[in-house]
Structure formats: structure tokens, C-alpha cells
Design a protein around this ligand. Structure first.
Ligand SMILES: Cc1cc2nc3c(=O)[nH]c(=O)nc-3n(C[C@H](O)[C@H](O)[C@H](O)COP(=O)(O)OP(=O)(O)OC[C@H]3O[C@@H](n4cnc5c(N)ncnc54)[C@H](O)[C@@H]3O)c2cc1C
Length: 557
């Protein structure tokens, strides 16, 4: 058995920032990651990171925009803290070596993003995530800690009301391993693959969220799922909001700039839930292109600007859609992009389980509430990654030694053995595809009781089928058939929590839009959904939203 004081699971921006904080606090730190750190989904982030820097912008405006963007479900104390940390965080990342794009006068260049009252999104062309990840990876690399790469978290061991360590599988050998730890930080990132149409990488399967849920952690606001308005038609590859930030416009099949109907003031730069609903409405009312999509036009920006500021977008459009954005419109459709919900935490990354912390997209603080603003998520990984790493280190310094036993492996081993011992059983791929079809079709941008109830029925039938899932591949090393089976199990749990929360929430707020309850209902629903695991499925309770200064208003853009 291995032993470390603090174990961080996940090596994207949140995990690496947490690791840096815990190492700097003097703790013995291990980072466990199923991917090479530089392959984390953070590296796919394109558009930028928000910070109110410069004389014309203000932290208060950033706070207000985020509160409004959240449709008043974000916790205002957390949002205030978050926005105040933004400037110092971006400057720190620059000092770590991030090469941000520059304005003509040499200051940090900023682009307008959806729902923001000021051009506040700092960027490195359209590769911001990669630039940040690279700088942080190099900075963390100068410190002393242990990395377990290509290790998959399988279980968080909780005994006597506190975390004792984790069980993981080393994919390179197939061996099950235990790490005893005084505190554990979950930074395992997104769960977008619960949906079929998603901008998220294949690895974004929500493992850490589901495993924490099984270990007793409460999940918060899982029904709030963000759909990004502009994903490339067939592949669902993201076309950054930065494309509209640079001046790109959306048009329907009649050549109309339709956003004028839905957001007369800010048009294409309304927040993502508003733009996604507008696109679907255009298509449903017959103004989309045949097959159901709209156009994103960049042509009027000119070759120089498109190719320098949106180089990757050009590349993706040319390679994956066979069109050149310099001369042709880009066919786009909304796709799942981000989970506002996650493991419920305090501002310091603490969960309801002692010794268990969470940060990044796997967590829900909550600063995004019912709808996240573009550019706030990269910032979240760094601000709250640091908080969680610091808190986990402080706790580890005073916690008793962990009580992890060799026998803690046993239930995991029994489960894995059972998967491959079957002579007949369900193919994990078939279950995954069916789950994604259910989520795409019935738990999407517009929702209704009838569709959600049907989705829950289908998901529960899939969970029953999953009990009989079979792993055919007998390889020890890199058994991707096994990985697939485990990931589908995680996603089914999360799909169920999303759907149960969506059925219960009889209002429309942010990204959760119920056709049978089209209005926001502050009297009843200005509260967070909390889901805990029980034998009967997700058990829901509710908690208050933290207020400081901003009273709820109708949200218009
Ligand atoms: C295409 C795309 C573009 C985006 N663009 C922007 C943008 O411009 N601005 C913005 O603010 N936000 C953007 N976002 C959102 C933002 O990038 C993410 O929310 C954020 O980077 C997530 O970081 P993270 O550290 O939480 O997770 P990730 O970077 O996904 O890292 C997760 C880590 O967890 C590890 N892991 C997962 N499961 C396990 C397991 N079972 N065992 C061990 N390790 C595990 C992985 O190996 C990985 O290292 C974008 C997202 C996407 C998908």
C-alpha cells in the first residue's frame, strides 16, 4: 500500500493548481490521473479566461454579470470572492509563463464574451486552455511530488466519518492499487459524455463525481446542464464564443440575424442558454437549414483577423466540416458543453465528507448557478483549485493517520472479476449509446415532465441492463473494454441524478428550461438542489442560495 498525505485526483488545471497549493503548504502530495496531465480537457479550452483588469472594467461589474448570468442561483458570497481573485490569478498565471495575446499598446488583450457587460475575456489566441495548462505544468514540475499516471480512480474509502484513501487501477498493468491519504481532492473534470452531442473529450465521463456520490458526497444542482450554441454540425467540435466575440454573427436559412428577436441589446453575445434556445426555436419554427442547423458567419471579419485570432477554428472547420470560414459560413448546432452542477463544496473546496475536497468542473461551489458565463470556468479551476489544495493540506496537517486496510481492495476486485467472469452479458458500448440517445432526446435544451419521466424510465431500464454488463477483453494492460464498462456505470448514475433533479424543478431558470413551467419561480425555487445516494435512487433535498447585494430581477439581454 502506498501512503501520501494529500491525494489529488485529476491533473487538469484544477488538479494541478490544487497540487501546487498543497505542495507549497509543505505536504507530501500525490497526483493520480487517468490521462497524461497535458491531455486533460482543460487543454481544449479555446476562448479565454475572465478577469476585470484595466481602469475601464470593474470587479463589481464582473460580479454582477456572473450573478445575473447564473439567473440568481449562484451564491453571491462565492461569486464575490471568485471575481476578486480573478486579477491576481491571471497575473500569477502570466508570471508562471502563460503567453497571453496582447493589445497594440502591449497590455493584455481582451475580447467580449456572452453575458459580459465589458470585454473581459483574456486569451491566448484560441488556445487559452493549452497555454495555461502548459505554464502550470512547467511550474508544478519544479516541485517535488509523486504522479500516478494512467491510474483510474475506482473508490474513495470513507471510514469513521472521514476519508482514508483511494483505490485505483493502474491501466498500464491492470493492477489494483491502494493509496492511503489523510485528504483527497477530486478534480476529475467534466461529465459531458453523458450526452452524445457534446463538445467534451471522450475522457469526460464524470468518474470522480459519481465515485464521490457513492462515497456519501452530496451533488449540487446537477439538473443545470449548459449547451453551447455553436458546435460544428456533425462532430460537435466547439466553435468558441470568441468567434462571436470577435464579431461573428448567427444567421438562419432566411439570411436573418435572428438574435435580434431574442436579445435586442446584445444580439449574438447574449448568454449561452439564451442563444441556444434561440437557435432551437428558429429550427423548430422552420427557419433553420435542412437537417436542422444555423450559420455562423465570420467572412466579414477578413482573412487576417480570422486566421490570427481564430486559427484553431479555421483548422477545425476546414478539417472536420470541409468549409473555409474565411469565405463560407460555418454550420453550427448547440451541443452539451458544461455541467454547472457537481460535488457540492464550500468556497474552500470542502465537501460534506470530512477529508474530501473537490474543485474545477467536478465541483459546484456554486458560482455558475443555473448558467455559466464563458471564460468563468478556466478561472474557477485556478481560483478554487488553489482553495481546495490549501484546505486539503491544512486538514492533512492535523488529521489522524488514515485507516486504510488491504481488505478495502476486496469489493473492487470482486466487482471487476465479476465483470469479466460472465459468459454472456451486455455490451457497455450499447448501453452508453442508448443512454446518450435518451439524454440528447429527452433531457436537452427544452424539457417537459412527459419527456423527463420517459427519460427516467429508460435510464432505470439501462441501469438494470448495466447490472449484467460484461467485459469481453481479458487483457491486463490497457483494457479499454473494462474502462468503458466502468465509465458507463459512472455516467448512468449521473444521468439519473440530472433527470431526477430536472423533474423535480418545476420552473425555468438559466439552462433548465421547462416548456410546461416556462417562468422562473423565485418563491419556490430560489434554492439549490442537493442529491444524495440512497437505495431507492437519488434522494433530493434543498439548500438556500447565499445573498449579498443583488436582488433577483428579470434577466434580459
Ligand atoms: C472544448 C472546450 C472548450 C472550453 N473553452 C473554455 C474557455 O474558453 N473558457 C473557459 O473558461 N472554459 C472553457 N471550457 C470549460 C473548461 O475548460 C473546463 O471546465 C475546465 O478546463 C475543467 O478543468 P478541470 O481541471 O476541472 O478538468 P479537466 O481539465 O478535464 O481535468 C480532469 C482530470 O481528471 C482526470 N481524471 C478524470 N477521471 C479520472 C479518474 N477516474 N481517475 C483518475 N483521473 C481522472 C483526467 O486525467 C484529467 O487530468 C471549455 C471546455 C471545453 C470542453
Amino acid at each position: 500500500m502506498r501512503r501520501h498525505e494529500v491525494v489529488i485526483v485529476g491533473a487538469g488545471l484544477a488538479g494541478q493548481r490544487a497540487a501546487l497549493a498543497a505542495v507549497e503548504a509543505g505536504r507530501d502530495v500525490a497526483v493520480v490521473t487517468k490521462l497524461h496531465p497535458m491531455r486533460s480537457h482543460s487543454g481544449a479550452a479555446q476562448g479565454g479566461i475572465n478577469a476585470a483588469v484595466g481602469a475601464e472594467d470593474s470587479v463589481d461589474t464582473h460580479i454582477y454579470d456572473t450573478v445575473k448570468g447564473s439567473d440568481y442561483l449562484g451564491d453571491q458570497d462565492a461569486i464575490e470572492f471568485f471575481c476578486r481573485e480573478a486579477g491576481p490569478t491571471v497575473v500569477e498565471m502570466e508570471h508562471f509563463g502563460t503567453i497571453f495575446s496582447r493589445a497594440d499598446d502591449g497590455s493584455l488583450a481582451r475580447r467580449p464574451f456572452g453575458g459580459a457587460g465589458f470585454p473581459r475575456t483574456i486569451y491566448a489566441a484560441d488556445r487559452t486552455g493549452l497555454a495555461l495548462l502548459q505554464a502550470l505544468y512547467e511550474r508544478l514540475g519544479t516541485e517535488s511530488f509523486t504522479t500516478y499516471e494512467e491510474w483510474d480512480l475506482l473508490r474513495i474509502v470513507v471510514r469513521e466519518g472521514r476519508v482514508q484513501g483511494i483505490v485505483a487501477i493502474d491501466r498500464t498493468t491492470g493492477a489494483l492499487e491502494e493509496i492511503a491519504a489523510r485528504s483527497v481532492v477530486i478534480a476529475t473534470g467534466p461529465a459531458g459524455r453523458v450526452y452524445g452531442r457534446t463538445t467534451n473529450a471522450h475522457s469526460c465521463t464524470g468518474d470522480g463525481i459519481a465515485i464521490a456520490y457513492r462515497a456519501g458526497a452530496e451533488l449540487k444542482d446537477m439538473e443545470f446542464v449548459q449547451f453551447h450554441p455553436t458546435a460544428l454540425l456533425e462532430s460537435s467540435i466547439l466553435i468558441t464564443e470568441g468567434a462571436r466575440g470577435e464579431g461573428g454573427i448567427l444567421k438562419n436559412a432566411q439570411g436573418e440575424r435572428f438574435m435580434a428577436r431574442y436579445a435586442p441589446h446584445v444580439l449574438d453575445l447574449a448568454s449561452r442558454d439564451v442563444v441556444s434556445r434561440a437557435i432551437i426555436t428558429e429550427i423548430q419554427e422552420g427557419r433553420g437549414f435542412p437537417g436542422g442547423y444555423v450559420h455562423l458567419e465570420l467572412m466579414h471579419l477578413g482573412r487576417e483577423r480570422i486566421e490570427s485570432r481564430l486559427e484553431e477554428i479555421c483548422d477545425f472547420s476546414r478539417k472536420f466540416a470541409g468549409i473555409d470560414p474565411v469565405t463560407q459560413p460555418i454550420p453550427v448546432m448547440p451541443a452539451q458543453h458544461y455541467m454547472m452542477g457537481g460535488i457540492g463544496t464550500t468556497i474552500r473546496g470542502e465537501t460534506n465528507v470530512r477529508g474530501l475536497y473537490a474543485a474545477g468542473e467536478a465541483a459546484c461551489v456554486s458560482i455558475h448557478g443555473a448558467n455559466r458565463l464563458g471564460g468563468n470556468s478556466l478561472l474557477e479551476t485556478l481560483v478554487f483549485g488553489k482553495q481546495a489544495g490549501t484546505a486539503a493540506a491544512e486538514y492533512a496537517a492535523r488529521a489522524a493517520p488514515p485507516l486504510l486496510h488491504e481488505s478495502d481492495l476486496a469489493p473492487v476486485r470482486t466487482r471487476l472479476d465479476a465483470l469479466s467472469a460472465k459468459s454472456q452479458g451486455e455490451d457497455p458500448q450499447a448501453i452508453r449509446t442508448a443512454m446518450q440517445a435518451t439524454m440528447d432526446g429527452r433531457v436537452g435544451i427544452f424539457r417537459s415532465f412527459a419527456e423527463l419521466a420517459k427519460a427516467l424510465e429508460e435510464l432505470r431500464a439501462l441501469k438494470t441492463r448495466y447490472e449484467n454488463v460484461r467485459v469481453v477483453d481479458t487483457a491486463s494492460a490497457f483494457n479499454l473494454n473494462l474502462t468503458d464498462a466502468l465509465e458507463v456505470g459512472h455516467m448512468l448514475d449521473l444521468a439519473e441524478v440530472i433527470t431526477v433533479g430536472a423533474i423535480a424543478r418545476t420552473e425555468s431558470r438559466g439552462a433548465h428550461s421547462r416548456t410546461d413551467y416556462p417562468k422562473r419561480d423565485d418563491a419556490q425555487w430560489m434554492r439549490h438542489t442537493i442529491a444524495s445516494q440512497s437505495r431507492e435512487g437519488p434522494k433530493l433535498s434543498y439548500s438556500a442560495v447565499a445573498y449579498t447585494r443583488w436582488d433577483p430581477k428579470e434577466r434580459v439581454y
